[in-house]
Ligand binder design. Structure first.
Ligand code: ZN
Length: 142
């Protein structure tokens, strides 16, 4: 089975676990970074613990329910962009994904608050980074 098919099977299982039907309006619902899943932000599988750190035993890049975060492709891109400019923020997202993953249900309101909080910090971080870059300044990572 191809990797893409495997990802899709896991993603469908995750959708059924984390997004009961009443929480979906057609295809529209929020991914774990708080962005809408839609035609442009289609579901993708994120490894919470990187495959490169999972050594041997064929675990490499194998998608599993236990290690998955449910992200739209665009959100996923934003996440890995953040990974390059602020590793602590990237780690904070992954802790939150672990929490959501473990709950095995639609995220409760308190969890969504944390999602939107991190989303705000992420947006600011990227704006700051791009502004600085456009000014030709060198960005100092803190
Ligand atoms: Zn990823």
């Amino acid at each position: 089975m191809g990797k893409k098919n495997k990802n899709n099977i896991i993603l469908n299982q995750m959708r059924d676990i984390y997004y009961p039907k009443e929480k979906r309006i057609g295809k529209y619902y929020l991914d774990w970074m708080g962005y809408s899943i839609d035609e442009e932000n289609t579901p993708s599988y994120h490894h919470i613990i990187k495959s490169s750190t999972l050594k041997s035993e064929n675990k490499d890049s194998n998608p599993t329910l236990e290690n998955g975060a449910y992200l739209g492709v665009q959100s996923h891109y934003v996440l890995h962009y953040i990974e390059k400019i602020d590793i602590e923020l990237y780690n904070a997202w992954n802790y939150l994904f672990l929490l959501i993953n473990k709950m095995k249900c639609y995220p409760i309101d308190d969890v969504w608050k944390m999602v939107f909080n991190l989303q705000e910090i992420t947006d600011k971080k990227i704006d700051e980074y791009l502004n600085n870059k456009n000014k030709g300044g060198s960005y100092v990572f803190k």
